[in-house]
Write a protein that binds this ligand. Sequence first.
Ligand code: SF4
Ligand code: SF4
Length: 347
Amino acid sequence: MSTIIGGQALRDLVNDWIGQGTLVAGPGYVKDDLILYRWLHRSDQLLLESYERPHNSIKEFLFPKHEKLYGYHLDGRKIELNEVPPLETPQIIFAARPCDAAALPILDHVFNWDFQDVFYNRRRSLTTVVTLACQEHDEHCFCTAVGGGPQDERGSDAMLFALGQDQYKVRCFTEKGQALFTGKLQESTRTGKVGPGPGQRLDLAKVRAFVNANFESPRWAAMTLRCLGCGACTYNCPTCHCFDIVDEKVGAAGARVRSWDSCQLAMFTHHASGHNPRSVQSQRQRQRVAHKFDTYPAKFGEILCTGCGNCARVCPVGLGIMPVLAAIEREAAGEPGTPVGEKSVSR
Ligand code: SF4
Ligand code: SF4
């Protein structure tokens, strides 16, 4: 037996949550054919039937693009600090893709391993994640190559499975997930099938071996020549988490603000002396691959990638991490064939 809910009942439930003051985010059109995870005002803004992957990730609902850490006011030599009041509003991330939710245990670790980030942890404790198991995938998806899959449960409090005929099977994994659906589900003999998942495969051991043996190789430039250094791949990645902290001040008052940063931007490692240890784009691409597939896994035992494919989906020049990993595999097999050369200028 399974537990199911009808599509209209599901939409009514979403409207009930919004009406009760809960913040609800889910996939929806923002313009033309651009689908993003966004805050919902009504359930008819929710795109439940399409499996097309949103171009952003759910991390922004837990780790916002910009966040005030505290305010301050200067009065001569006196500084008055103004704390940011703790968040109170619960939030639900609804119909998230499993590859987005699978990034949350990674972010939980990143924001707690050496320092407990109260801002992230507060949002996380107020958040319930309901995922939608994938029936379809596109050419950029490779979750199954990095230990995930179309019904990966990691990070999900509950998961929906489309059964057709406007019905959804609901599986609850945590008390938070159960609390959302208590009294709303019916028993059924219908069981949902998920898609087989993407067929792309990777030999991660080869990738790690190449990274370690070829750190200074000119082949990095050949493999990543197209990269513009725009940072879109990192901003839309569910696991990328780098940030910068700056003071923004007008007159005597200001705030300390945390904003997303990106290892693909030249200024990311620009020293005050003017020296930049990653002065060309191929070094920044090497950093991204090495951190996700070698350095971080070696230290914490986990790959910093869920195979969502967003980096390739949003890349203006068709790069992203999978094409680089595929090029590494070809290099490791002695089959280069990628264009060589890069301007040796800082940008
Ligand atoms: S590196 Fe690319 S495929 Fe991997 S999680 Fe980030 S955006 Fe998704
Ligand atoms: S790989 Fe693509 S998305 Fe990422 S920085 Fe380079 S051009 Fe931008």
